[in-house]
Design a protein around this ligand. Structure first.
Ligand code: IMP
Ligand code: MG
Length: 174
């Protein structure tokens, strides 16, 4: 069974703080949250409700040709946002920043659309695993090199609905 690393109460407290940070940084301006499906879905839902601004949101999806536990180096957009981003304050919302390859790809792609601002909010950060030099502007929790599930994060699509973030340490081949 997965063991709890970050409790639902800790998540709620930190997400509320992150919402306050974003509210303060963009005071008086609208923001658009762009969530990366499916992992960031629950985080975005909670974060959006902690942002006291005119906030809209949309979702994108990227392909993952890697294994169940690691993203592939090549990233492909398989679902895009509905409208243009020019002049908007965009916050990319991710579940976890691991090697950084996914967000490096997404940041470059979205920067080309000329938003007014482009920020990255990630619930989790595993800095020790980085292959691409990228940092998030808003980080929920820095975690060690452990494979985690819950609160949106999956192992082969399972465990996304766990309310706490848990470590999965009984996977064959780990
Ligand atoms: P990156 O391109 O390596 O930064 O990949 C980030 C993506 O890999 C995340 O959006 C997750 O889908 C997946 N990922 C990385 N580490 C974990 C983990 O510990 N648990 C679940 N998914 C993970
Ligand atoms: Mg995933």
């Amino acid at each position: 069974m997965p063991k709890v690393l970050i409790t639902r109460e800790q998540i709620a407290t930190r997400v509320s703080e992150m919402g306050k940070e974003i509210t303060r940084d963009f005071v008086g301006q609208p923001v658009m949250l762009i969530g990366v499906l499916k992992g960031a879905c629950l985080f975005l839902s909670d974060l959006a409700r902690q942002i006291e601004l005119d906030a809209t949101f949309d979702f994108i999806a990227v392909s993952s040709y890697g294994s169940a536990k690691q993203s592939a180096g090549e990233v492909q957009l398989i679902k895009d946002v509905a409208g243009p981003l020019q002049g908007l304050n965009v916050i990319l919302v991710e579940d976890i920043l691991d090697t950084g390859l996914t967000l490096t790809f997404l940041r470059k792609m979205f920067e080309a659309r000329q938003p007014r601002a482009l920020k990255i909010a990630t619930l989790l950060d595993k800095p020790s695993r980085r292959l691409s030099p990228i940092q998030a502007d808003y980080v929920g929790f820095k975690i060690p090199d452990e494979f985690v599930v819950g609160y949106g994060l999956d192992y082969a699509e399972h465990y996304r609905n766990l309310a706490d973030i848990c470590v999965l340490d009984d996977i064959p081949g780990k």
